[in-house]
Design a protein around this ligand. Sequence first.
Ligand code: SPD
Length: 379
Amino acid sequence: MKTIYKKKGFWIILVLVLAFAYLAFGGSGEPIEDELIEEEEESEPFVVMPDNPVKMTGETISVYNWGDYIDSEVIDVFEAETGIKVIYETFETNEDMYAKIAMGGSSYDVIIPSDYMIERMIQEELLQPINWNNVPNVKNIDPRFTHESYDPDFAYSVPYTWGTMGLLYNTQTVLEAPDSWDILLDEEYKMDLFMLNAPRDTMAIALVMAGHDLNSITPSDLADAKKLLIDQKPLVLAYVVDEVKDKMIAGEASVALVWSGDATFCMSESDELNYVVPKEGSNIFYDSMCIPHNARNVSGAEKFIDFMCRADVAAANYDYVGYAIPNTAAIELWGAEEYNASPVNNPPQETLDKCQVFKYLGDDTRLYDQIWTEIISEF
Ligand code: SPD
């Protein structure tokens, strides 16, 4: 069996122990009290590539997912186990994904939208119900994440990841830990802030900053949010999505509006970064696997979704992607204690109580889109 997935922690400990033994007793047999050699983190396997991959069958499935949101080696294992080729495409925002599907020109077998977009796509009959008999690994999904408001009958969506929006900040330049969104308007961080290039998400935070509900459709609330974002523009270094991770790790700005999974990833790469969900409240989101109404290979889609719900696969994928997962068996396998110790994965109840899920806003969505276009076009 060829090992392809590695859990952080195990190998690093082994390497450190061996390094210590060598340094302490190597050569002369005398203990040496110098510092240990630090090695790159390695880890133990979660999922293995089969020794004898099945022959490719000619069958394909097309998967449409967010950028940087799957471990490509998971896809390799799926192909080797099933003989089904995965055609994989990515999008940056729910709105981009929706536009492509709603236009009707393209057909995908599996897509991974967020809550409010799932609600919209169910209403518009762009998704098909899932046959749970063909997705037995759904048993691994924590019931706390099923029957959510956007899919109350738990018929169309299989939870993939979840998280919050918050501030990722550099502790070397932001000396006092922020607890408020107000830092996003602080002149001290002029050209030192990244904002998300995602209309619904960024508008929601602007609404909260202006003292309004993050699902508001009241024109005067939206006008306040728009003004706030336009006034903020001189402070913004860039509106970004996935690029925010490399940029924050490289220390290019002090503060960024991010999704929590990206914060987890960045914090695993840099000790200088920290994450907070501001006291005024925020968004909690759920991204879920769905089968579009016009999927060509429904049975392949079900196999893929079932595979992604397998404990070993979801654990491996979490290890790579960093977003919190709703898969109890995978969390156990990855290490529940370490997983739950992260306040990013496991926010305190008082934080969660201040977070809201986005609702689909019907025709008023157009107001958001118009405002966002004006904000971005003037950048
Ligand atoms: N790099 C992919 C990030 C996907 C995050 N989804 C968040 C959705 C919030 N509405």
